[in-house]
Design a protein around this ligand. Structure first.
Ligand SMILES: *Cc1c(COP(=O)(O)O)cnc(C)c1O
Length: 223
C-alpha cells in the first residue's frame, strides 16, 4: 500500500477532533513530502538531530513535534523549530527549556509525558512525581503545558484500554484543577497498533508511524 492509501484508510477511522501526527522518524524526506502533498502538516520525530535536518529542507508550514526523550544539552538546538514538545518529563528538563526559550523570547508548548506503566525501559514521569513538576510549571514564564502524552506498555486490547482509561482519568482530573500555565487541550496517546482503542478512550492526538510509512528498518540506517 502507498503512503497515500494508508493515510486515506487511517483518516476514515479518525473522529473530527483527533489530530493525526505522522511519525516520520528514520524515514526520508521524500516520504514526508508524499504525506505533505496528501495534506498532512503534523510530523513527529524522536531525535533532535534528525528533526532539525528535516526541518530546514522541508516546507515551513510543517508543524514539527518532538516525541522522543529530550536531553537537556539538546534543548538549545530546537528553540523556535518545534511546534510541540511531547516529552517534558523532569523538573531539570523543564528548567532548561524555560531558560533557553526565555533567552530567545519565545514560548515553548509542551506535553507532560507520563510513564503510566512505570517501565524502566521507557521515559516519562511517574504519576507520584507529577505534582512537583506542575508546581514548577506554574512559575514558568516561557513554558506552557498543553496536555499529556504517554507510551503505554505492550499488551492485549484489554490492557491497552485500561491504560488509556487511566490516562483519560488523569487528563480529566488535571482539566478540572486550574493550574497556571497549564491547560488540558491535548491527550496524546495511541500508535499504529492501538490508535483506534485510544480514540475510543478519549485520545485527541494519535502518533502513527509504521501504519503510514511502513515498517522501520533500523539496521539499514546504522550503516
Ligand atoms: C515511534 C513512535 C511512535 C509511532 O509508532 P508506530 O508503531 O510506528 O505507529 C509513536 N510515539 C512515539 C513516542 C514513538 O517513538
Amino acid at each position: 500500500m502507498s503512503i497515500q492509501e494508508n493515510l486515506e484508510k487511517i483518516e476514515k477511522n479518525l473522529k473530527d477532533n483527533v489530530i493525526l501526527l505522522a511519525v516520520s522518524k528514520t524515514k526520508p524526506s521524500e516520504y514526508i513530502k508524499e504525506a505533505y502533498d496528501f495534506g498532512i502538516r503534523d510530523f513527529g520525530e524522536n531525535k533532535v538531530q534528525e528533526l532539525i535536518d528535516k526541518e530546514y529542507k522541508l516546507p515551513k508550514d510543517i508543524r514539527w513535534h518532538l516525541i522522543g526523550h529530550l536531553q537537556r544539552n539538546k534543548v538549545k538546538y530546537i528553540v523556535g523549530k518545534v511546534y510541540l514538545i511531547h516529552s517534558l518529563d523532569s523538573i531539570r528538563l523543564l528548567e532548561e527549556i524555560e531558560k533557553r526559550y526565555k533567552a530567545e523570547n519565545l514560548i515553548a508548548n509542551t506535553l507532560i509525558q507520563i510513564n503510566i506503566g512505570k517501565e524502566d525501559s521507557k521515559t516519562g514521569i511517574y504519576l507520584e512525581d507529577l505534582q512537583d513538576l506542575i508546581d514548577v510549571c506554574e512559575n514558568c514564564k516561557n513554558v506552557k503545558v498543553k496536555g499529556i502524552m504517554s507510551v503505554i506498555p505492550k499488551g492485549n486490547e484489554e490492557s491497552c484500554r485500561n491504560y488509556f482509561k487511566k490516562l483519560k482519568g488523569i487528563f480529566d482530573d488535571l482539566s478540572k484543577k486550574k493550574f497556571k500555565n497549564i491547560t488540558m487541550d491535548i491527550l496524546s496517546m495511541g500508535m499504529t497498533h492501538d490508535y483506534k482503542i485510544a480514540i475510543e478512550e478519549g485520545s485527541n492526538l494519535v502518533r502513527i508511524g509504521q501504519g503510514i510509512f511502513g515498517e522501520r528498518n533500523y539496521d539499514v540506517k546504522k550503516k
